[in-house]
Write a protein that binds this ligand. Structure first.
Ligand code: GLU
Length: 285
């Protein structure tokens, strides 16, 4: 028997805007679980998408969390500084024949889907119709040699075969949930413009950082099927998960970064105290 791993939770926002009460709810969920269990709480900035992330938001996130009364353990992991780690993971998957380069433009994909009788949908829209998965090795090599821009996609049929049947994960209060990662199709793991993807980096970092309990919004519950598959393929340990309902406004709409009034900055400027903000975020002291 291996000894249970020490409790580690994390909060992993993307610096695309100011933190609002929904983020505070999520951050506090992880922080409180860690503190209650004598565990560690980590902060990670998921900023690989330089087209959407901004350094001023990265700084603001740390300032706002400190104001809210949260302290994190160890240095902040800033994903954009570790692209070599993700490239290494991609190389490992590629060496095992689990990735293929995809040269398609959005238009190529839309055209193929429009011309096919059935267009299965996944959590993120219509599934990739497999155009580049079917290329011959010679054509692939020729296009790579010409330097054609390409994404890297997971070869889902092969990945599922390699991982074997019966993948599942432990969800707090719900027991083990069966994974159906096939719903994602040949998911992009490295984009044309950003040589990595959220799914790849989050799974890599949770493993690297020894995260044992992933606390996050229930909007990411479907993505967990794919994260579990990547863990299985890479031989990474399996964390437990606790997805929480998303905080909503008075009209029942989920909070978004565009709701200025709900940002921690705005609340603070209006004279709300950190304790009041924690209560508004659903975690009264
Ligand atoms: N970076 C993701 C977001 O801001 C969260 C990732 C996660 O918690 O797994 O939506």
């Amino acid at each position: 028997m291996t000894a249970p791993r020490p409790l580690v939770t994390r909060f992993a926002p993307s610096p695309t805007g100011f933190l609002h009460l929904g983020h505070a709810h999520s951050a506090l969920a992880g922080w409180r679980r860690a503190r209650a269990g004598q565990g560690r709480f980590l902060l990670r900035l998921e900023d690989i998408d330089s087209t959407r992330c901004r350094p001023e938001f990265a700084e603001a996130i740390q300032e706002d969390l400190a104001w809210l009364g949260l302290e994190w353990d160890g240095p902040v992991r800033v994903q954009s500084r570790h692209m070599a780690d993700y490239a290494e993971t991609l190389a490992a998957l590629s060496d095992r024949g689990l990735l293929f380069p995809c040269f398609c433009t959005r238009r190529d994909i839309a055209r193929e889907i429009a011309g096919s009788a059935s267009a299965p949908h996944g959590p993120d829209g219509p599934l990739y119709p497999g155009i580049c998965r079917r290329l011959s090795q010679a054509e692939r090599e020729a296009r790579l040699a010409r330097g054609e821009p390409h994404a890297l996609r997971l070869d889902m049929p092969r990945a599922l075969e390699r991982a074997g049947p019966g993948l599942s994960f432990a969800e707090a209060g719900r027991g083990r949930l069966a994974c159906t990662a096939a719903r994602f199709g040949d998911v992009v793991l490295a984009r044309k413009d950003v040589p990595a993807s959220y799914h790849l980096c989050v799974t890599h970092d949770d493993a690297r950082d020894g995260v044992t309990l992933v606390t996050r919004g229930e909007d990411l519950l479907p993505a967990t099927d794919l994260h579990r598959l990547l863990q299985a393929l890479m031989g990474w340990p399996e964390p437990a998960y606790a997805h929480h309902p998303l905080l909503t406004d008075a009209e029942g709409r989920r909070l978004a970064k565009r709701d200025r009034a709900q940002t921690l900055r705005e609340l603070r400027a209006r004279g709300v105290s950190p304790a009041e903000a924690r209560a508004l975020a659903g975690w009264p002291d």
